[in-house]
Design a protein around this ligand. Structure first.
Ligand SMILES: N[C@@H](CCC(=O)N[C@@H](CS)C(=O)NCC(=O)O)C(=O)O
Length: 320
C-alpha cells in the first residue's frame, strides 16, 4: 500500500501518528459529473470505463449501479487483482480479474500519472475514466453512483431513480450516519493504531448498527418501501462484515447474522436479480487478509463463515 507524491510511487502505510492513532480518509480529487450540456463530459455509449476492485466496498457500489441501471453494454469495466501490495492496486492474472482493458498498464497508479505526471494522491478505486479526453471524470464512489443513477438516462431510457428528489434530505441524513459510523467506521476500527481510537470506532459501528436494525423492524428498506441509494451504500459494507470486518477489522461484538432484521434485509438485497453476481467473496477475503500485512502478517485467509445467503429472507410483509 502506498501513494503517489509528485508523480512518484512511494510505498507507505497510512500515517496515523498525527491523528492519535486514528485512520483519516483522504478526500477524492476528481469530482466531475456528466451531462448533455457539460463542456467536457457528455453521456455517450462506450466512452466511459470503470476501474474497480471486486473486494472494495466503494467500487462495489458502482458495479451495482451499472447493473441496476442497465449500463453494462455502455460502460466497460477493468477489474484489478485482489492483492494490493507494495505497488498498490495491480492488474494481473487472477480468476475474476481482468487486464487493464484500455492501456494494458500493470498498475493503477499509472492511470493517475497518465492524467497528471506530477500528481500527489492516494491511488484508489473506483475510477470513472473518459476515453475521449483520456482523463479521470470522477474517483469518488458517492458521486459515481449518482452519475450512473441519472446521467445516462437519455442513453438507456432507464429512469429508475435511487435518489428521488422527494427523499433526498432523508437519504442524505441516513447516508451521514451510515458513512461515518459503518462504511468508514469499520475501517476506522480496523486501521486504528491505539486502543482508544479502536474502541471509539468500534462503539460507533455497533451503536449505528443498532440504529439501523431498529429502523428495519417496521421499514422494509432504510427509507420505507422503495430501495434507494442509502440501501446499496449500506449493503456493500454489510455483505463484507461477517467474512472480513468481524475478524480482520476487530468488529467482533456481533455478526450481521446475529441481527434478525439486518440479516434478512441483507439477504433480500443480495437476492435481487443481478446483485449476487457483483459479490465475489474470494476477492473480498483475499484482498483484506492478504494485503494488510500489518494486521495479518501470516496472510492466512480464514475459511468461513458458512452462510446460505439464498435462504428465505422473510422480509415480504415488513412495513405492511
Ligand atoms: N472515497 C473513495 C474511497 C475509495 C477507497 O478508499 N478505495 C480503497 C479500496 S477499498 C482504495 O483504493 N484504497 C487504496 C489506498 O487508500 O491507497 C470512494 O468512495 O470512492
Amino acid at each position: 500500500m502506498g501513494l503517489l507524491v509528485d508523480g512518484k510511487w512511494q510505498d507507505k502505510w497510512y500515517d496515523t501518528d498525527k491523528s492519535g492513532g486514528k485512520f483519516e480518509r483522504q478526500a477524492s480529487k476528481f469530482r466531475d459529473r456528466i451531462s448533455e450540456d457539460h463542456d467536457k463530459f457528455q453521456p455517450e455509449s462506450g466512452r466511459y470505463h470503470l476501474y474497480v476492485s471486486l473486494a472494495c466496498p466503494w467500487a462495489h457500489r458502482t458495479l451495482i449501479f451499472r447493473k441496476l441501471k442497465g449500463l453494462e453494454s455502455h460502460i466497460g469495466v477493468s477489474v484489478v487483482h485482489p492483492e494490493m501490495l507494495d505497488k498498490g492496486w495491480e492488474f494481473g492474472n487472477y480468476p475474476g480479474s481482468t487486464k487493464d482493458k484500455l492501456f494494458d498498464f500493470d498498475f493503477a497508479h499509472q492511470l493517475y500519472t497518465h492524467v497528471d505526471s506530477t500528481i500527489t494522491t492516494r491511488v484508489t478505486v473506483p475510477i470513472l475514466w473518459d476515453t475521449k479526453h483520456n482523463t479521470i471524470v470522477n474517483n469518488e464512489s458517492a458521486d459515481i453512483i449518482r452519475i450512473l443513477n441519472s446521467d445516462f438516462n437519455s442513453l438507456t431510457g432507464n429512469t429508475d431513480d435511487y435518489y428521488p428528489e422527494s427523499l433526498r434530505t432523508e437519504i442524505d441524513t441516513v447516508n451521514e450516519l451510515v458513512y461515518h459510523n459503518i462504511n468508514n467506521g469499520v475501517y476506522k476500527s480496523g486501521f486504528a493504531t491505539t486502543q482508544e481510537a479502536y474502541e471509539e470506532a468500534f462503539n460507533a459501528v455497533f451503536n449505528a448498527l443498532d440504529v439501523v436494525e431498529t429502523r428495519l423492524v417496521d421499514s422494509r428498506y432504510l427509507l420505507g418501501e422503495a430501495i434507494t441509494e442509502a440501501d446499496w451504500r449500506l449493503f456493500t459494507t454489510l455483505i463484507r462484515f461477517d467474512p472480513v470486518y468481524h475478524g480482520h477489522f476487530k468488529c467482533d461484538k456481533k455478526q450481521i447474522a446475529d441481527y434478525p432484521n439486518l440479516y434478512g434485509y441483507m439477504k433480500e438485497l443480495y437476492q435481487i436479480p443481478g446483485i449476487a453476481e457483483t459479490v465475489n467473496f474470494d476477492h473480498i477475503k483475499r484482498h483484506y487478509y492478504y494485503s494488510h500485512t500489518m494486521i495479518n502478517p501470516t496472510q492466512v485467509i480464514p475459511v468461513g463463515p458458512s452462510q446460505d445467503l439464498m435462504s428465505a429472507h422473510g422480509r415480504e410483509n415488513v412495513g405492511k
